[in-house]
Design a binder for this molecule. Structure first.
Ligand code: C2E
Ligand code: MG
Ligand code: MG
Ligand code: MG
Length: 288
């Protein structure tokens, strides 16, 4: 046993590591339990169309209601799910859940598309595509109203399995969005190589628009030239919204409009729309 002041400084490190491993194991076990007990739920964050002020789509975001620790955010459990191999089971649950919500919203007269996050690891599972492709037939969902949010790192490099997956999704009618766009990579070739429907500009790029404005303007021009829809994420302030309208961004998501909401609250928010926020702005700012 190591005591303080002893020469072997490695011991405390090993002890710390050991503790971390135990914690990860415990969390993995809890995740498995949660999957069985269905302690997860999906929140929806509205996205608002620049043209109409209507809620035209929403991002599906996972929440874990832990029996003792309360609500746990995805940043605390997605990495654990990825490292422990549980991510694909979690993912499958999300796909099915979103599919049934898509049907339910449509039946209630809400014409919306819903987007699902997929982490890079989820693309390495060769069965993922089959599971998603059989959804419309199995559940009756409309694939043209469901988008997959993929990060840039997945699309970089020449990976034929990724290409097959993306093209398979696309030809089944699903939409493809690039998540967290503009901060990771400078290789933009993939925007032309893949059938991309929309890019989501990373909120880091919008935080200080005075500093990053010219980059964001370039991204918006690029999107417009390539006929890719532009979505701004993390819109928190009216000044950001004004700037984005002025520069013809197509769609907005962020706390200025709404945080992610549980289903019933989301439903009410989607019906109400956000015309007011946009109508209050000078008409020349509204995107054509
Ligand atoms: P993301 O895909 O970039 O999702 C956007 C995150 O930004 C969400 O955090 C959302 O609550 C937050 N956000 C939205 N508007 C604002 C804003 O105006 N200001 C700020 N500061 N934040 C805003 P959340 O829900 O904690 O999710 C974090 C990440 O976890 C997501 O990032 C996504 O990568 C991942 N994630 C969530 N659900 C799933 C899922 O079902 N599957 C996978 N694979 N990943 C998921
Ligand atoms: Mg996302
Ligand atoms: Mg994002
Ligand atoms: Mg993210």
């Amino acid at each position: 046993e190591a005591k303080a002041g002893e020469k072997n400084i490695c011991v405390p490190f090993v002890v710390r590591m050991r503790h971390k491993l135990d914690q990860a194991k415990a969390l993995k076990y809890e995740l498995e339990q949660a999957l069985e007990r269905k302690d997860f739920t999906i929140y929806f964050q509205p996205r608002v169309c620049a043209r109409s002020g209507e809620v035209v789509s929403a991002e599906a975001l996972m929440r874990w209601h832990h029996p003792e620790r309360g609500e746990i955010e995805p940043k605390h459990f997605i990495p654990v799910a990825e490292n422990s191999g549980l991510i694909n089971r979690l993912g499958e649950w999300v796909y099915r859940e979103v599919a049934s919500h898509q049907i339910e919203f449509a039946q209630q007269g809400l014409d919306l598309s819903l987007s699902i996050n997929v982490s890079p690891l989820q693309f390495r599972d060769p069965t993922i595509l089959g599971k998603i492709l059989e959804l419309p037939e199995k559940t009756g969902c409309d694939p043209t109203k469901i988008a997959f949010e993929i990060t840039e790192s997945v699309l970089l490099g020449e990976k034929s399995d990724v290409r097959q997956a993306v093209e398979g999704l696309k030809s089944a009618g699903y939409k493809i969005m690039v998540d967290d766009f503009g901060t990771g990579y400078s290789n933009l070739q993939y925007l032309q190589d893949y059938p991309i429907d929309a890019i989501k500009i990373d909120r880091k790029l919008l935080r200080n628009i005075d500093a990053t404005g010219s980059i964001v303007r370039l991204i918006l021009t690029l999107a417009s030239v390539l006929k890719i829809r532009s979505v701004a994420e993390g819109v928190e302030k009216t000044e950001q919204l004004e700037w984005l309208l002025q520069n013809k961004c197509n769609e907005f998501q962020g706390f200025l409009f709404s945080e992610p909401l549980p289903k019933t609250k989301f439903f009410a928010a989607a019906q109400a729309g956000h015309q007011k926020l946009l109508v209050n702005l000078p008409p020349e700012l509204r995107a054509a």
